[in-house]
Design a protein around this ligand. Structure first.
Ligand code: GDP
Length: 434
């Protein structure tokens, strides 16, 4: 490397010195490549689309293999996500590929909440990564990054317009994931209809403010191809793992009674364009966008929610330590406030209870006094009654004595008269005595 090439001004306050000979740090890119290759790569694809739109078939076609998986039924009560991870190897490069697919999407009568499980899944992967980042002992280089790098959104080949389910779902996902819309089973739509359908989809996405992933055009080496490919979105794809002999070559195709569609024929569909863009040209950009844009947004919102800030209210930089202290003080202040509130509430409750008890005691006293008075009145009444009864008894006794006296006097007089009557009766039995 020429010394003049190196002798560039890197930044103010940084002195540039020419090198007298080869040092070796120009091998840094190679070191990075070697390190990355030895570590391997990971790539996570999310396939969103109605059951039967060809999601599994397309994945098999894209990676030229047969991934396991049972076909989903249309009877799912809700939307679920099925995730499978595979270790793939191409040349000496290892790829940990995770394919997440929606199950039951679009199968329910009420599709209002169909997007929720997908959003929750994407957020859960961000959260897992954030938790790993926040750990004291973090091992990010061996951590299995499950964040979704690309979302292939399968649009049904209706030829009309996007379904409201598609628009709502894409709108909810566009700030969380790189969306690449694709028209599935595009062999079901004619060429002229397809052109109109693509224009219609693009205009609907724009008018509804749905941000789809744009292949980057800032890197000169891929700017041209990416620019051209952006104009082809959404890609119209066909999937098939069936190989047919066309000419003297074996090709992936779908055979119909009227002819054959070749998956890798660009005149038949955009499958090759999708494969080029997704895997061969922009896989790294998709990974980077996921980290620097979507994860960053999630992380920022989450940390702000937790009370972390970069600046204080006067827009001065605020360190993590300061944020922690401020948050801790705020928490302690709140705790004290809560304690004080609880203490006051307790005192208030005790006072209320005391007053209640006093009132009850007073009532009891009053009741006791009332009963006491009642008792005394009753006692007095009974005593009066007893006294009057005693008087009556005495009077009765006196009358009785007087009556007995009178009776004894009377019986003496009456006795002689009875004798006389008995004698007369003896002499004359027919004599009536009365
Ligand atoms: P998934 O439920 O979305 O995973 O759909 P599958 O991949 O299981 O495909 C459902 C059916 O559609 C299968 O019979 C496939 O052979 C068929 N299929 C898949 N891709 C295409 C395609 O591009 N065109 C047509 N016509 N049929 C396809």
């Amino acid at each position: 490397m020429a010394a003049t090439d190196i002798a560039r001004q890197v930044g103010e306050g940084c002195r540039t010195v020419p090198l007298a000979g080869h040092v070796g740090f120009d091998s840094l890119p190679d070191q990075l490549v070697n390190k990355s290759v030895s570590q391997g790569f990971c790539f996570n694809i999310l396939c969103v689309g109605e059951t039967g739109l060809g999601k599994s078939t397309l994945m098999d076609t894209l990676f030229n293999t047969k991934f396991e998986g049972e076909p989903a039924t249309h009877t799912q009560p809700g939307v679920q996500l099925r995730s499978n991870t595979y270790d793939l190897q191409e040349s000496n490069v290892g790829l940990k590929l995770t394919i997440v697919s929606t199950v039951g999407f679009g199968d329910q009568i009420n599709k209002e909440d169909s997007y929720k499980p997908i959003v929750e899944f994407i957020d859960a992967q961000f959260e897992a990564y954030l938790q790993e980042e926040l750990k004291i002992r973090r091992v990010l280089h061996t951590y299995h990054d499950s964040r979704i790098h690309a979302c292939l959104y399968f649009i049904a080949p209706t030829g009309h317009s996007l379904k409201s389910l598609d628009l709502v779902t894409m709108k909810k996902l566009d700030s969380k994931v790189n969306i690449i819309p694709i028209i599935a089973k595009s062999d079901a739509i004619s060429k002229s209809e397809l052109t109109k359908f693509k224009i219609k989809i693009t205009s609907e996405l724009v008018s509804n403010g749905v941000q789809i992933y744009q292949f980057p055009t800032d890197d000169e080496s891929v700017a041209e191809i990416n620019g051209t490919m952006n104009a082809h979105l959404p890609f119209a794809v066909i999937g098939s793992t069936e190989e047919l002999k066309i000419g003297n070559k074996m090709m992936k195709a779908r055979q119909y009674p009227w002819g054959t569609v070749q998956v890798e024929n660009e005149a038949h569909c955009d499958f090759v364009k999708l494969r080029e863009m997704l895997i061969r040209v922009n896989m790294e950009d998709l990974r980077e966008q996921t980290h620097s844009r979507h994860y960053e947004l999630y992380r920022r919102c989450k940390l702000e929610e937790m009370g972390f800030k970069d600046t204080d209210p006067d827009s001065k930089p605020f360190s993590l330590q300061e944020t922690y202290e401020a948050k801790r003080n705020e928490f302690l202040g709140e705790l004290q406030k809560k304690e004080e509130e609880m203490r006051q509430m307790f005192v208030q409750r005790v006072k209320e209870k005391e007053a209640e008890l006093k009132e009850a005691e007073k009532e009891l006293h009053e009741k006791f006094d009332r009963l006491k008075k009642l008792h005394q009145d009753e006692k007095k009444k009974l005593e009066d009654k007893k006294k009057s009864l005693d008087d009556e008894v005495n009077a009765f006794k006196q009358r009785k004595t007087a009556a007995e006296l009178l009776q004894s006097q009377g019986s003496q007089a009456g006795g002689s008269q009875t004798l006389k009557r008995d004698k007369e009766k003896k002499n004359n039995p027919w004599l009536c005595t009365e």
